[in-house]
Design a protein around this ligand. Structure first.
Ligand code: SP5
Ligand code: ZN
Length: 351
């Protein structure tokens, strides 16, 4: 299995975030990648590909041009205005306020929905590098690879078309899914003129609000997310079971909110439900938004999964028998993160 790397991820290294009102050292740190990479290498995953960074044209497939302009220039404009490092919003255009983006502070509030996505000098370069890894992984599946793992950092599933948040700036999994959905049907099957259907299965602890919103009105990409119930957990404002898609996308978004403390057996049962929905949908490709903050020791989560669960999750996903791209999302229990990634990929490979 090829491992697609975000070569420039370390350029993104914010000093802190504000978590539930508390200034906290940034959980989403470069060390996450080093630990995952070391574990993969130890486990014999040696086929590493340094993917080129995504271009603005690549990103425009799922992101708004004005948002990309913001990400590209926010840091320079912030510094030029004499503001402090890093870029952080301090006011948001909630309903009843004027929507304006014509000064650096108003732009930050308009394009960032929380206090976990600061912008430092290298943020956009790192994010384009992560997106490039996901796109290279998608391209490899189109070329006939059965599986791949994109070691994306920063992660992506909270980023919407024009919104950063939750450590995410560009939606890596959505870019990959969109690329797969738009891939020429002729690459492998000359008999089909239909665009290939794609399923995105999000197993991060948090709801993948960005991915959901990007595909909410599309039927060619099924989005399905297992996550902590947003009634008690971030991202609070999306991720409920009654969000089923809209317009042409009605019925093509599925949310499975889960209770605190859920263990391996409970989780795997919910996963079976998700996998059956994917079978019924019948996609040509699968993208797994793979977060590991479901792990018992994760500092942000309240699930109780063990390392063995990730192997079982990988094996269950393998039963779908689909070309599959794993895209790295969250996971902050640093000491176990590498082993958990290896367990998931091994489980899938030993299908
Ligand atoms: C990609 C990803 O996993 N992003 C996660 C962003 C989570 N932001 C969390 C905010 C709420 C945290 N409350 C946790 C309390 C733990 N003691
Ligand atoms: Zn998460």
């Amino acid at each position: 299995m090829k491992i697609f790397l975000s070569a420039e991820h370390a350029l993104h290294n914010p000093p802190f975030e504000l978590l539930d009102g508390k200034p906290t050292p940034y959980f989403e740190m470069p060390r996450r990648v080093e630990i995952i990479l070391a574990a993969l290498t130890r486990a014999g995953f040696a086929d590493h590909v340094a993917a080129p960074s995504a271009t603005i044209a690549d990103l425009a497939a799922v992101h708004a041009p004005d948002y990309l302009d913001y990400l590209a220039n926010a840091h320079d404009r912030w510094r030029a205005a004499g503001l402090n490092e890093p870029v952080f919003p301090s006011a948001w255009p909630l309903p009843g306020l004027r929507l304006r983006r014509d000064c650096p502070q108003a732009a930050a509030g308009s394009y960032t929905f929380d206090l976990s996505a600061p912008i430092v000098a290298g943020t956009f370069s790192a994010a384009r590098s992560a997106a490039g890894a996901a796109l290279a992984g998608a391209e490899a599946l189109v070329q006939g690879e059965r599986g791949g793992y994109a070691l994306c950092r920063p992660p992506g599933h909270h980023a919407a078309a024009a919104m950063a948040g939750g450590y995410c700036y560009l939606n890596n999994a959505a870019l990959a899914a969109d690329r797969l959905a738009r891939s020429s049907a002729s690459a492998t099957t000359t008999w089909s003129l239909r665009a290939p259907a794609v399923a995105v299965l999000d197993i991060d602890y948090h709801h993948g609000n960005g991915t959901q919103s990007i595909f909410y009105e599309r039927s060619d990409v099924l989005t399905i997310s297992l996550h902590a119930d947003p009634a008690r957990e971030y991202p609070y404002y999306l991720g409920y079971a009654d969000e089923r898609g809209a317009g042409a996308g009605e019925g093509y978004n599925v949310n499975l909110p889960l209770p605190a403390g859920i263990d391996d057996a409970g989780y795997l049962k919910a996963l079976e439900q998700a996998l059956q929905i994917i079978v019924d949908y019948g996609p040509r490709y699968l993208v797994v938004a793979a977060g590991f903050d479901t792990f018992a020791a994760d500092p942000l989560g309240d699930f109780a999964l063990t390392t063995a669960a990730y192997q079982a999750i990988g094996a269950a996903i393998a039963q779908l028998d689909l070309p599959t791209l794993f895209v790295q999302e969250g996971g902050y229990a640093i000491d176990d993160l590498g082993n958990n990634v290896v367990a998931l990929l091994r489980g899938w490979l030993q299908r």
